[in-house]
Design a protein around this ligand. Sequence first.
Ligand code: BTN
Length: 257
Amino acid sequence: MSFEKFEIEGHPVRWFLELPSTNTYLKEHPELLDEAGQVVVTSHQTAGRGRRGRLYWSLPGKNLTFSLVLHPECPQAQLTLYALWSGIAVVRSLEVLGVAPRLKWPNDVLIGNRKVCGILAESVWTKQGNCPALILGIGINVLGQPQEFPAELWSMITTVAASGAKEVTPETLLPQVLQALDAVDRQFREQGMATLREEWLQRSGMLGNAVRFEQQEGWKTGVVAGIGPEGALLLELTSGEVISHISGDVEWTNKEE
Ligand code: BTN
């Protein structure tokens, strides 16, 4: 597996033509986790991993698939917040291209009701430091049409280009997303979570909406009441009780909303 090595926006980058998974590559090369800011990117990810053991599908040369190493220096419980905030960075970098993305908890980015970006954040303990390193894996459908993906995904996904953005490629988008991630990282370190939480809620439009959410016992419904201090989705049940939803899928009760 050969790669090219260069810098983008001050980040050391390893760019592979093909790789099974950029997150897995970093896990298999723990020496790269010692350097915050390291980026691994591939033009064709052949076995991309999604949340909850799912497969993340990408089109050769048309998706932006990369992983960034972060050293968050925050309590481990707050690492989930980083995954949330990284969605804000993706939204900020896509909207300057003239599309209207929004967030869906925990960190999917949608255009309309279709997913355009997925994020897989994994923490790994290294020899250095008393906080784990965070591998932030981001996959954005940049070029092509949904019909180029497997048929079962057609109605669920879109691409940046199919949503009307002009003159975008995975290569031009990467520096913009890295810049936006650096800005969000700085904002979190300097100002804490308050302003980012506001921005997340505003960009998701989920506050006050009825949703279905998946728990061990099955699907339940509730109304979104906010984001908790550690990134959980706060849901008000019909009983009035507010619960923290930490993992498991969430869907709008009315998919057209
Ligand atoms: C999801 O939607 O469930 C998360 C998808 C995350 C995909 C990205 S692509 C780059 C990085 N490498 C992986 O194997 N997965 C993440």
